[in-house]
Design a protein around this ligand. Structure first.
Ligand code: ZN
Length: 133
């Protein structure tokens, strides 16, 4: 793993959260993007080398909707940047981590992503992501 690429934060109102975080961080978000397949609307703030990804559910079947129902809004996942997501998925699986998707999925912000089951990562939802070429 190369670095913490971003932190994902579940929000219930993306516009209000954008305002709050721009006040908090002293800068505006640099992009808003909907990921239809995941039923989420996202926005991104750049903080040094790392980003903050705000996630709002756009449908009831969204994982973000379920997360907020169960645990409330707040930190949702940590995403680590990797150079080769296929190699990293293989390595993690061989170490006993459970992958939530068998093949990389299209994520927001031009990424291929894979999530690890929190029951194998000490309760933390972990994403690994690779920049798409
Ligand atoms: Zn993410």
């Amino acid at each position: 793993m190369q670095k913490i690429e971003h932190l994902g934060i579940a929000v219930d109102d993306l516009e209000a959260a954008n305002e709050l975080f721009s006040k908090l961080l002293g800068k505006e978000h640099y992009k808003v993007e909907e990921v239809d397949s995941e039923k989420v609307a996202t926005s991104f703030f750049q903080i040094g080398e790392t980003k903050i990804e705000l996630l709002e559910a756009t449908g009831e079947e969204s994982a973000i909707h379920k997360f907020i129902e169960k645990r409330g809004k707040g930190i949702h996942h940590i995403a680590f940047g990797v150079d080769d997501i296929y190699a990293e998925m293989k390595r993690l699986e061989s170490e006993g981590f459970i992958l939530l998707n068998e093949t990389p999925k299209e994520g927001a912000d031009n990424k291929l992503v894979c999530f690890l089951h929190p029951k194998t990562t000490g309760g933390v939802l972990v994403e690994i992501c690779q920049e798409k070429n």
